[in-house]
Design a protein around this ligand. Structure first.
Ligand code: KET
Length: 400
């Protein structure tokens, strides 16, 4: 019956995590998947989330299905987080939000919607991007192409080439953008660059689709929403899929949302309706516990303040690890420029390590990166950062 079924090649990120887990070496270091680990190498349970869970447990109650589009208070809280508490979009009826199964769920619901209602449109992703962007959209039947983004020569963005490519796209093309903390490079657009790109997309009749998976890990909760708010101010229609997996450290709870800003309220209502049709035929409705967690943390004044402080600590710990790594590597290999560790933002650094060097790090030093050379800096801590830097220096020094 199933002899024709081809083997799955495996996901480049999740398959590597399995190899890491099976590695018996006690000093192994996991810098592969985009997960924040604390100083002790554990996935933290944030205090604000713990308190939210206690309140949910104390309230008890039945466990009904949520509406297809998710919990109303959670959806309102997400809009306030994205646009700012008193933003006119919140009461305009032009912005619709669905609670989704992580932001991956938001991307998939958006992709299914685009496949159905923008049948000739292709999606353009950054070169490079999170591998699953391509898989999610292609899986939904949407063609995926890439626009220039990372400049290996300067460690910056090929911004002119990017604008040129985007300006040449046919109207109604979808442009997928990382709102902050670009995955895999850690290289973001500046506010000035967003201010140039946004009118360009608007004039060309393009549809921006933002992925906001790392809000709070770059410069701060509001600063990381710069692109979202600039798009909102421009009057342009756009999509944004956002995640709480990292910012609330609730990976397996599948907390995320999809928001669409439309030209008017009547279009917004129809877009929401069709999104609901998509959800109903995919997974019917989103998880109840996820809605409770996110709503409590975002909408309760005390929990919100606690969450923001905890998130700031996580951001600062990553910065400290960037500085340590930079310090050791610069001392060991003075001829190399490691300033990229300090310029890049968020969980990831694009190290420029070749796949062969990544393999050596894994085989000889038990340090795991994905083969693109992306490092999850949030996997470093005071106990492993020097060893990791020494291993990198050994691998890079051998190549020099
Ligand atoms: N967008 C981006 C850019 C992203 O890096 C991830 C996860 C997601 C969306 C998915 O988030 P969620 O809300 O949990 O569905 N990235 C890490 C984990 C993974 O690949 O699934 C990673 O890149 O390692």
């Amino acid at each position: 019956m199933f002899s024709h079924v081809e083997p799955f090649a495996g996901d480049p990120i999740l398959a590597l995590v399995e190899v890491f887990q099976a590695d018996p070496r006690p000093h192994k270091v996991n810098l592969s998947i985009g997960i924040y680990f604390d100083e002790q190498g554990r996935i933290p349970v944030m205090r604000a989330v713990q308190l939210a869970e206690q309140r949910l447990a104390a309230a008890g109650g039945a466990k009904p299905y949520l509406p297809i589009e998710g919990s109303p208070p959670m959806r309102r809280a997400v809009q306030a987080l994205l646009f700012g508490a008193d933003h006119p979009l919140l009461s305009s009826g032009r912005a619709v939000t669905l609670q989704t199964v992580g932001s991956s769920g938001g991307l998939k619901v958006g992709a299914d919607f685009l496949a159905r209602w923008f049948p000739g449109s292709a999606v353009w992703v950054s070169d490079p991007s999170w591998d699953n962007h391509r898989s999610l959209f292609e899986g939904a039947g949407v063609a995926v192409h890439a626009y220039p983004y990372y400049d290996a020569a300067t460690g910056g963005v090929r911004f002119e080439a990017m604008c040129e490519a985007i300006a040449a796209l046919p109207p109604r093309s979808v442009v997928l953008l990382h709102a902050c903390c670009h995955n895999p490079t850690g290289v973001d657009l500046s506010p000035e660059q967003w201010d140039r790109l946004i009118p360009l997309m608007h004039e060309r009749g393009l549809l921006p689709f933002l992925d906001l998976a790392y809000q709070g890990f770059g410069s701060g909760i509001d600063a990381d929403a710069y692109a979202i708010r600039a798009l909102a101010a421009s009057g342009a229609p756009f999509f944004v899929a956002n995640s709480f997996s990292k910012s609330m450290s609730v990976y397996g709870e599948r907390c995320g949302a999809l928001t669409v800003v439309c030209p008017d309220a009547s279009q917004a209502e129809r877009v929401l309706g069709q999104m609901k049709a998509t959800v109903r035929r995919n997974y019917s409705n989103p998880p109840l516990h996820a809605a409770g967690l996110v709503t409590h943390v975002l909408a309760d004044t005390d929990l919100r303040a606690l969450w923001e402080a905890e998130l700031a600590e996580m951001r600062e710990r990553i910065l400290a690890m960037r500085r340590s790594l930079h310090g050791v590597l610069s001392a060991r290999l003075p001829g190399h420029d490691f300033s990229y560790f300090l310029r890049q933002q968020g969980m990831f650094s694009y190290t420029g390590l070749t796949p062969q060097q990544v393999d050596r790090l894994r085989d000889e030093f038990a340090v795991y990166l994905i083969r693109s050379g992306r490092m999850c800096v949030a996997g470093l801590n005071a106990g492993n950062v020097e060893r990791t830097a020494e291993a990198m220096a050994a691998v890079l020094g051998a190549a020099a």
